[in-house]
Design a protein around this ligand. Structure first.
Ligand code: F6R
Length: 369
């Protein structure tokens, strides 16, 4: 039930911290990732695979993309993400050393189910990451890792997205451990930081008031763009999807590096652009690049809405709005950065008087191909 919340979506965004905490619960044991659900795949499985393909649709494909960057980096195995409906009908090369991971909140999405069935028929192993106990996709897969976001009722996915990234990161750290590609020290550092994320997500939820004002002020906006790099790129795509879905506003996410290859032509005075800025503390490559992207669009009149680490002085002079998030590991930044974008979408839809739980033309579970 909705309890005191105006909508299920509002309630589910407020449950973002628990979605992460509950998906982690019981899975970090003595400085290691415990995923007994994977025993079904056999002892040497993760040493033998030579490729992982994650199949998913919509928001689940974006969480998959975030997780893929981390898994490939940590476990040194090629990981790609493919929209399930594209994968199914292109005659992909598959074999028993390919792991197909499906990502689905409902576990009933027909496009994803058909991709899983197809992969099995071609000899690949399948692992389901799912939020719904006993749904069709986990039942038919070789193994399952459940996300524990709790039931998601609003059509637009929010807390499940954070739980999906959490589960893939656990899988990534687990796989890296089995494959010997991550030091014990690094693993412990990541797992220690991981456990602080629910509290940090809760801190980020505190931006609601500010975003409420921003959204009221932007209620007539016709188009919003989102830019990110690396794990910030799928966050840009997810932010744009949320806005399209529930606020019916044209929105597009771009990899910031693509700007000069075309999309920068869209920038005209007043165009709002969210930019997901990675922490300046950890890297000397992505951060300056994003800052120069911000300068480029600002010079053409964009209204820059920056989501960045608290105290990021390089961004301040160029941003019209700064939404600050607590410092964390670069790979955990998406779990913080997505939250203001979820809030922005719901606040803007609410400012337009729309039903955020039941957006037009959409169903919670898409059970036809
Ligand atoms: C977006 C949204 C959809 C779903 C997609 C996959 O807010 O809800 O894009 O993410 O239809 O659904 P599941 O995860 O149930 O397979």
């Amino acid at each position: 039930e909705k309890g005191g919340w105006p909508s299920f979506m509002a309630k589910e965004i407020d449950e973002d911290p628990e979605a992460v905490a509950n998906t982690l619960r019981g899975r970090i044991v003595e400085g290691r990732v415990a995923l007994p659900d994977l025993d079904a795949l056999g002892d040497d499985f993760f040493n033998d695979i030579h490729r992982i393909i994650i199949v998913a649709c919509g928001t689940a494909a974006y969480s998959a993309q975030v997780g893929a960057y981390a898994m490939e980096k940590w476990a040194r195995v090629p990981v790609q993400v493919e929209l399930a409906h594209e994968f199914r009908y292109r005659d992909p090369v598959l074999d028993s050393r390919t792991l197909i991971v499906s990502m689905s909140q409902s576990g009933e999405t027909m496009d994803t189910l058909m991709a899983v069935r197809y992969a099995m028929s071609r000899g690949a192993k399948t692992l389901s990451i799912c939020n719904t106990q006993g749904a069709t996709i986990p039942r038919e897969s070789d193994a399952v890792v459940y996300t524990h976001a709790g039931p998601e009722v609003a059509v637009a996915s929010t807390k499940a997205f954070l739980a999906q990234i959490t589960a893939l990161y656990l899988l990534g750290i687990y796989t890296a451990t089995v494959r010997g590609t991550m030091t014990d020290e690094r693993r412990e550092e990541l797992l220690t930081e991981f456990q602080t994320i629910p509290e940090k997500v809760r801190t980020v939820l505190g931006v609601r008031e500010r975003i409420h004002e921003l959204a009221n002020w932007m209620a007539d906006t016709r188009s919003v763009l989102y830019l990110g790099r690396n794990v910030g790129y799928p966050i840009a795509l997810e932010g744009a999807l949320k806005l399209k879905e529930i606020a019916y506003i044209h929105a597009e996410g771009f990899a910031a590096g693509e700007l000069k290859h075309g999309p920068i032509a869209l920038i005209e005075p007043g165009q709002p652009v969210f930019v997901i800025v990675p922490s300046p503390r950890h890297d000397d490559t992505l951060h300056p690049k994003i800052v120069s992207n911000i300068q480029e669009i600002r010079a053409r009149g964009a209204r820059v809405l920056a989501i960045c680490e608290v105290g990021d002085a390089a961004v301040l002079p160029y941003a019209d709005e700064v939404i600050a998030v607590p410092p964390t590991e670069p790979f955990f930044e998406p779990l913080l950065a997505v939250v203001p974008l979820q809030i922005f979408a719901i606040e803007l839809a609410t400012a337009k008087g729309l039903d955020v739980d039941q957006p037009r033309n959409l169903a919670k579970s898409v059970t036809v191909e």
